[in-house]
Design a protein around this ligand. Structure first.
Ligand code: ADP
Ligand code: MG
Ligand code: MG
Length: 369
């Protein structure tokens, strides 16, 4: 709309770009930030990617942008030998403001940043082919690999406890205690199911506490639309670095699998439709491990399967917590929406349990490939 367009044009003019700005149009299908494509009238026809950062989710914009800069500098260092053109295609490139800053703030208190638009790329919301799944795995495997020699402590924990299951279950317990909308009694079976699995779901945390898992730099939003592919569906660039922070590799693996392996939508009400797409799991695992096996420790490789169980479970815990708190966090489209989402994630956990030995075998084969 016009308001947004004007805000986008105004913000775009703060950045250090060549030529005159011709347009700022809404772009992409992200759900977190507001993204615009900015075109200019320069001879090289360069376009830019402008984003209004969601500062309700990311309150520490300065920390976030510093994290992004540190990560991009490191990635670019790794790729420098390939030449500037390749580097600009394979990594995000920040455009500073005219004052040399990484972002700017407008009169309404919104924060903006700009990247080069990476041309001739595609991003998909849903994985459809095994070739795409393989590329997705490769992309995040390579991303982790390239960052495996950057000290995790250099980055701030931009969303504290984001994948910490103790924290998430703690929130669920508080919501049960309060029972603010009187729903606890009606979900007792689901709560039993969740707490029955608590110990298993703590495996990654336990391994980490025993010092078995190195703290790495992970992406933490490994959705498929955060990988840009070229026209042949080969990996080109990992994007959306807002959540990059210290973490364990299995969280990225598990979250990618959570959406890729599910044949249905995240809020499918008909549980019979929620079955596993094993070929896509296999392709993602093969792509991921083709890159990651170079740096993963044995314990990390063993942790991957725990991540696969943990991430849908954790998402169920979050949906159910919101349901018990009266639907204050996730947008709902009907009264029981969060309960339906909870059940859909738990059905996925159930299916994963049913096929566990098959998944183990695929992972073993991919490691040894
Ligand atoms: P969100 O956090 O809202 O998901 P993203 O950073 O993922 O925001 O951007 C939203 C979408 O915009 C992406 O899914 C992708 O399609 C597109 N996009 C983002 N950055 C670039 C870029 N540098 N070049 C081309 N397309 C991009
Ligand atoms: Mg995104
Ligand atoms: Mg994002």
């Amino acid at each position: 709309d016009d308001n947004n367009n004007t805000a986008g044009l105004n913000a775009a003019s703060q950045f250090d770009i060549q030529g005159e700005i011709v347009d700022a149009k809404r772009f992409g299908s992200g759900h977190i930030n507001d993204t615009f494509c900015v075109s200019t009238n320069t001879e090289d026809g360069r376009s830019y990617l402008l984003q209004r950062i969601n500062h309700h989710i990311f309150s520490n914009v300065d920390g976030l942008m510093n994290n992004t800069k540190i990560v991009l500098d490191h990635l670019k260092g790794k790729l420098a030998h390939l030449g500037e053109e390749r580097v600009e295609k394979s990594t995000l490139t920040l455009i500073p403001t005219k004052e040399g800053k990484l972002y700017c703030k407008d009169e309404e208190g919104n924060y903006w940043r700009m990247f080069l638009l990476i041309e001739d790329t595609k991003s998909y919301d849903i994985v459809e082919t095994t070739a795409q799944a393989y590329s997705g795995g490769q992309a995040f495997g390579e991303f982790q690999k390239q960052l495996s020699d950057l000290e995790a402590e250099k980055l701030v924990e931009i969303l504290p406890n984001f994948h910490n299951i103790d924290f998430r279950l703690g929130n669920l317990r508080k919501a049960i205690e309060k029972d603010s909308v009187g729903r606890v009694k009606s979900v007792q079976d689901i709560l039993d199911y969740i707490f029955d699995r608590e110990e298993r779901m703590r495996t990654i945390l336990d391994m980490a506490q025993r010092g078995e898992l190195p703290l790495r730099i992970t992406h933490n939003d490994t959705k498929f639309n955060n990988v840009l592919l070229d026209q042949e569906d080969n990996v080109q660039c990992v994007i959306d670095l807002d959540t990059v922070m210290p973490g364990y590799v299995a969280y990225d693996f598990g979250d990618a699998i959570r959406t890729i392996i599910n044949s249905a939508a995240e809020d499918e009400a008909d549980k019979t439709k929620i079955v596993l797409n094993i070929p896509l799991f296999k392709a993602y695992a093969e792509g991921y491990l083709s890159e990651a096996k170079e740096f993963l420790t044995e314990a990390e490789t063993a942790s991957l399967l725990h991540g696969v169980f943990l991430l849908p479970y954790m998402q169920a815990v979050r949906f159910l917590t919101d349901y018990l708190e009266g639907d204050t966090y996730y947008k709902i489209h009907y009264p029981e929406h969060n309960l339906v989402r909870t059940n859909a994630q738990l059905k996925l956990v159930q299916e994963l349990e049913k096929h566990e030995s098959e998944l183990v075998e695929i992972l073993e084969q991919s490691v040894n490939a």
